[in-house]
Design a protein around this ligand. Sequence first.
Ligand code: FAD
Length: 390
Amino acid sequence: MKNLFENTKTAFLLKNNRQLLRAYLLFSILRYRFLVKVLSSIALFFSRFRSPFNPLIKISLFDHFCGGTTLKSCWKKIEEMKSYNVHSILDFSVEAHQTEKHFEDSVKKKLLLINAIKNKKAIPFSVFKPTCLGRYGLFKKKSDNLILTPKELMEWDEIIDRFDRVCNESVKQNIRVLIDAEEKEVQGAIDQLALKMMEKYNNKDVFVYNTVQMYRYDRLLYLKNIIKKKKEKTLLGIKLVRGAYMEKERLIAKKSKAQSPICKNKKETDNNYDLAIDFLFDNLNKVNFFIATHNEKSTLKVLELMKIYKLENTDKRIWFGQLYGMSDQITFNLAEKGYNVAKIVPFGPINNLIPYLIRRAQENSSVVGQSNRELLLIQAERKRRKENNY
Ligand SMILES: Cc1cc2nc3c(=O)[nH]c(=O)nc-3n(C[C@H](O)[C@H](O)[C@H](O)COP(=O)(O)OP(=O)(O)OC[C@H]3O[C@@H](n4cnc5c(N)ncnc54)[C@H](O)[C@@H]3O)c2cc1C
């Protein structure tokens, strides 16, 4: 039987021939790792100024991987996707944060965004990165269980308050909220806060989701523990990812001569991810989950389990998610079959999004990686259209 995700006609419904050609050229170039490395360094250097390369970045990487520079400029894409049952999760990109003023601004922008998207069926989730709401060093100190100074205690209370304001506003506007996962050295504190929010807001329904990174070998045990220890009336929300900070984690571990928290190899991560899926299905009465992956095998495993557990495709306890500009074969084919699926749509000024775009370029530049799969599907669709004179 043909894999559901080989249906390129559905996958690229929203791309006209010109956009498909652009995607083809983009992913062809991204295969050259050295070139990506050089161009990334240049882009990062110029991102501090009004870069002469911005127009080029805009029509290539930015337009492919981002929604737009402002909320208004994203609407067309959001509405087009919704017409094919694909939801959006807007992620406003902000510059690196260091001061209390930045953190406050960040909360205010989140609250404004939540209010701008209320009542929009196309955007059922909001999302935030915890260290946009507080100092990285303080998350780290808290994660290490070190004693905080009185000033730090006040700072920590501010962070709790910011988490609470974002979650509270989301719940008030009937929008679910995804809390991103970050580096292990700050994740302990993020987990504590996320759990606090779930205990407060996930009583009758699941509004708050914490993210669990399965490239960490200790996370299956963590999942089992939080489900075992959770309060009776609290429902858990889990966004399941493999994890995005592998190189950095290995570097941090090497520097501190500690054991790396990452699974030994990709196969172990995949196995860990799949075991987590099995475990979540076994606990469906206690947890709702968001399968955030571009991995077709893991996604097919979830579909298979949904059949075994006799769940409707539309069961709202299970969501799937991919990043905008990636794995449309998963997103659009799932949406066509009625599954709950959403794209994370980053938006904001180009300069702010350069680091994000570099991460996407690098992720897509490995020989065995995503770009080959994207490229093969784009080629197949271009061939199909040619044969059908489309
Ligand atoms: C909607 C969405 C939300 C996301 N949110 C977050 C988030 O909050 N926090 C976060 O950290 N990431 C997040 N990510 C990124 C995610 O963690 C992965 O980096 C990315 O999705 C690639 O993994 P995959 O499952 O899609 O695909 P695959 O291509 O199957 O897996 C690639 C991943 O496998 C792991 N891996 C690769 N090589 C090795 C190796 N040698 N040893 C061990 N493991 C290896 C890495 O995690 C790598 O990213 C998100 C992704 C999506 C789609």
